[in-house]
Design a protein around this ligand. Structure first.
Ligand SMILES: Nc1ncnc2c1ncn2[C@@H]1O[C@H](COP(=O)(O)OP(=O)(O)O)[C@@H](O)[C@H]1O
Ligand SMILES: O=C(O)C1=C[C@@H](OP(=O)(O)O)[C@@H](O)[C@H](O)C1
Ligand SMILES: [Mg+2]
Length: 181
């Protein structure tokens, strides 16, 4: 089993897919996004899966996509915003270098409003996003080794902050200059 060097979690609009691709480039490793894997498996875009088969079916595809990617992808992995709702997925993430990309409502809604539609935010996106985040914040926090705020930062700055947060702290050194002989 080859587990990912880095896993990104967080709500829609946090920048998981954008920062994930950027980090993979910086680290010289592969990038994978479970949403893209799901679309490949289903043979259709996520909004169509929600409409045709419903959210429970999407969540089942998501559970499987996360398991497969965690088992075989050695690079950077971005999850969909709702993946952490599954207890089995949270257990799987334990021990992995998981980073929670945090964002406030105003920034997130501004960002996803400019992007392709997310079915869960199709109606009343501000209210829906706030509800999602209230329910999920404890779950993002539970699985994360580091929490990075993305507000007011460019994607490149967020990537820098992620790498800095995961940098191993230097081994303790003993300063002998003042030690008694
Ligand atoms: N730090 C940032 N500052 C400004 N815009 C951003 C930032 N991160 C991502 N975006 C933009 O926000 C939108 C959503 O980003 P995306 O990576 O798809 O988020 P997620 O995968 O977390 O839902 C995209 O249009 C992306 O270009
Ligand atoms: O928050 C969610 O439940 C979802 C987030 C989306 O991914 P992003 O978080 O990458 O937007 C995508 O998986 C799907 O639309 C459901
Ligand atoms: Mg994404």
């Amino acid at each position: 089993m080859t587990t990912p060097v880095l896993v990104l979690v967080g709500p829609p609009g946090a920048g998981k897919s954008t920062i994930g691709a950027l980090l993979a480039e910086r680290l010289g490793t592969g990038y994978r996004d479970t949403d893209a894997d799901i679309e490949k498996t289903a043979g259709k875009p996520i909004p169509e899966i929600f409409v045709d088969e419903g959210e429970p079916h999407f969540r089942e595809l998501e559970r499987q996509a996360v398991r497969t990617a965690v088992a075989e992808h050695p690079g950077v992995l971005a999850l969909g915003g709702g993946a952490v709702m599954d207890p089995g997925t949270r257990a799987l993430l334990k021990g992995l270098p998981v980073v929670f990309l945090d964002v406030e409502l105003a920034d997130a809604v501004h960002r996803v409003g400019l992007d392709a539609p997310r079915p869960l935010l199709a109606v009343n996106p501000r209210k829906r996003w706030r509800e999602l985040m209230e329910a999920r914040r404890p779950l993002y926090t539970e699985v994360a080794r580091a929490v990075i705020s993305t507000g007011g930062r460019t994607p490149a700055e967020v990537a820098d902050a992620v790498l800095e947060a995961l940098r191993p702290s230097p081994a303790p050194t003993t300063d002998t200059t003042d030690s008694p002989q």
